[in-house]
Design a protein around this ligand. Structure first.
Ligand code: GDP
Ligand code: MG
Length: 304
């Protein structure tokens, strides 16, 4: 048996919704394991966390965007909004999540113009979450109302918490992914999940904190990840490879200050992600032309 690669579908899905509607819970339901942090406190999703769901003939990469699509915004909200924008612009379809109990004016009325335009330009699924909280007749009424009046391509009521309707959501999302090869190794979620996300968080921070060539010449490698029972901290050994001594100097900064800033920023996000305290040990190494070294690339999971 030879798999038909021409039928493989891969792409990006952006999750949008206000805080507390159940985005993280739904994401975890779709992927089938705990990936982002579910919490009763609103706005704890500070950075967008990427989840990957791979099947035999598809791979979807989900962004759990911070839920801040409101008209009045503070400075921090604006910054978060920017990451919402970039996540949605790069996505192949949108997944708008709302609380079925919220009034429709609240669900649709707070979407700003940019969000509305994005919704018009991509296939959009409206998920009405927490259907376990209302009666069947009410669910149907809400669904019909949104189908008529919201302008979304599809409306599916679900209960993320109780796993109802998730399969239908998954099928709709997969149907919107373009044909193409997988973006990431297919076993990444099951086998290297935490290591992978730790290196992704580092990559994101390096992009935010350094200019020019640094983000492109550095490779973050999680050498060791040791989970420990609280109150002990998880131990994470990280190696950052660059190509030249001069790049190493930039990465470290004066008296190592730049690296310290990077380490702290990354650690806070990693702790948020794994939901435990972490201790990071970071080594910066010069490895000439690591990008050209096929053996190394294979080791890092880049080979096809
Ligand atoms: P986020 O802020 O949008 O990421 O929302 P979370 O996934 O963190 O969930 C916020 C709260 O809503 C948590 O207390 C969840 O347990 C709860 N929740 C999520 N999905 C459902 C659902 O389908 N039904 C009910 N009753 N509660 C839910
Ligand atoms: Mg969340």
């Amino acid at each position: 048996f030879v798999a038909d690669c021409s039928k493989f579908q891969a792409g990006y899905v952006a999750l949008i919704g206000k805080p507390n509607v159940g985005k993280s819970t739904l994401l975890n339901g779709i992927i089938g394991q705990k990936l982002s942090i579910v919490t009763a406190k609103p706005q704890t999703t500070r950075h967008r966390i990427l989840g990957i769901c791979s099947g035999p003939n598809y791979q979807m990469i989900l962004y759990d965007t911070p839920g801040v699509i409101t008209k009045q915004m503070h400075k921090l909200d604006e910054l978060m909004m920017k990451s919402v924008r970039s996540a949605t612009i790069n996505s192949d379809c949108l997944l708008l999540i709302a609380d079925i109990c919220h009034p429709p004016e609240q669900v649709l009325g707070t979407l700003d113009e940019g969000a509305v335009n994005l919704i018009k330009s991509k296939p959009t699924l409206l998920v009405l979450n927490k259907k376990d909280k209302v009666k069947q007749s009410e669910i149907q009424k809400k669904q019909e109302w949104y189908e008529k009046n919201s302008g979304m391509d599809e409306v599916i009521p679900v209960s993320a918490k109780f796993g109802l309707g998730i399969e239908e959501v998954k099928q709709w999302l997969v149907s919107k992914l373009p044909l193409g090869p997988a973006y990431y190794p297919r076993d990444i979620v099951s086998e290297h999940q935490e290591r992978f996300f730790v290196s992704e968080i580092f990559r994101e921070k390096i992009f935010q904190l350094y200019r020019e060539e640094i983000p492109y010449c550095s490779q973050v490698n999680v050498v060791r990840y040791v989970e420990r029972e609280a109150p002990a901290k998880d131990f994470i050994e990280i190696e950052i490879l660059v190509e030249k001594e001069s790049q190493k100097a930039i990465l470290l900064g004066k008296e190592g200050k730049a690296l310290k800033t990077l380490a702290t920023a990354a650690r806070l996000d990693i702790e948020d992600f794994v939901d435990r305290k972490c201790y990071l040990e970071i080594k910066v190494k010069v490895k000439e032309d690591w990008r050209k070294n096929e053996e190394l690339l294979e080791h890092f999971g880049y080979s096809g």
